[in-house]
Design a binder for this molecule. Sequence first.
Ligand SMILES: [Zn+2]
Length: 333
Amino acid sequence: MVAFWSFGAHTLNMSINRNLLFLEQTRKRVLLSDGGVGTELLKLSLSEEDFRSNRFRNHQNRLLNNLDILNLTQRKKVAQVHRSYLMAGADIISTNTFRSNYEAQLCYGTQDLIYEINRTAGQIARQAVDRFMSESEGNPRFVAGIIGPVGRWDANSSLHLRSQVAGLIDGGVDLLLAESLCHRETTRELVSRLCDILMEYDDPPIVWISFTITEMFDSHRVLSEIDCIKRRLSRLMPLIVGINCISADNIPQDILSKIAEEKQILISCHPSAGEPDNRLNYPIDEVGFQHIMFEFLQKGLLNIVGGCCGTSPRYIQRIAGRISEIDVRMFTG
Ligand SMILES: [Zn+2]
């Protein structure tokens, strides 16, 4: 079978509205997102030379552990991480762009490559999905373009965010996921600027906002922030809101239940496998993770479930094996 997916994002855009396709899927089933991308790349123990490759052989800064530059220098390795999650059963894979922003790339002297890094990362993930779909007859799969948090905003920040967003959209992502948001002011800035940027697009991707709850950003504040976000992004509905990168054994059920009362938004949760030790071993294994996540899923609180730091394709596979048992959470968006 030659799947229409194999022709790539642009054909897909012309033939089917991808937002409608995504929403149609969310009405049928709980969707599974991937696990940690960065932690999978770190497991490869790549060297400074690997990070540089030929292209950055003479680059003035160290590039070691600039995981985002791997989109340009180790495309195949990034693609392999995506593929391993697709094979594990993930419906949504996320681009390797958590730190593909100006502020983070400035430390490596690669801040002028924001658009290229994001576009290439989008293309790698898009191609991984298209290739996988052309080989199998399963459900549609989607790409979430990741936007990580930034520490501060200045006069040029909108311009930088615009490059990031344009790169991801041009790379062919289906969704834009701003994740691990934990500071109130920077979150508000991000949401506001993201909204302004996306309003310039005729057919913007669905926006997905995900918080991590820290002492600086407690549960009650999260609820009031979600209210703000709903108001600010009302023109971009439907919206996905969720929690990520909190330890799986510490998910605030009261907050999720509260968010879940809002029937017009989709709810997600992709927690971490706990706090790692200094050798990057995570305390919650895939069996424990599956157990915890199914307790939540059985309460009907979630539309999208997955993992964050420390979760691997094995974790996602454990959830994929039983996710069809779960009734989908109704939403009216
Ligand atoms: Zn994480």
